[in-house]
Write a protein that binds this ligand. Sequence first.
Ligand code: ACO
Length: 162
Amino acid sequence: LKFVCLGNDCVDQHMIWLIGLKNVFARQLPNMPKEYIVRLVMDRSHKSVMVIRRNQVVGGITYRPYVSQKFGEIAFCAITADEQVKGYGTRLMNHLKQYARDIDGLTHFLTYADNNAVGYFIKQGFTKEISLEKDRWQGYIKDYDGGILMECKIDPKLPYTD
Ligand code: ACO
């Protein structure tokens, strides 16, 4: 089992994993248009943290780091159906926090959570109260009424992974 963080860098293996992740999102997020999923997963301003087991993508999170604003927007998050509720979603989020803090220099995450995923995000430290000053994120992420805006502060020191 391994966790990787990468984007569209034209490395063959990375492209294969990104396509695998796109397929997990397409199945697990049926309300999202497939073209929109492909566009963001392959977009060069987005990155993806993935769980890989036996060279297969078990799940992942696609996010856009706004480095100047020090926050990231989570676009998609999913684990393949037969591997859910085994702890992968939690480990994935911990790896995301570690990468985002140590590599991108981010302090916060924002996401529009689907109603049925709010419980998962709360367990990952997200809240519905947005403490980030509006001028740091307004205009960067677009309003979307299909979800609930949630925020997570990344601890500056905590080791999130072992
Ligand atoms: N609602 C409430 N609690 C949940 C949910 C949920 N939908 N999913 C998991 N949990 C809980 C688990 O019970 C567990 O609690 P515990 O620590 O008390 O045991 C905890 O959250 C973590 O569970 P994991 O096993 O780490 O989570 P999992 O690997 O199943 O991943 C995920 C969670 C990503 C939500 C997965 O269930 C999934 O892919 N769901 C379908 C797609 C989806 O809804 N994605 C999020 C959409 S919003 C967005 O993409 C921005």
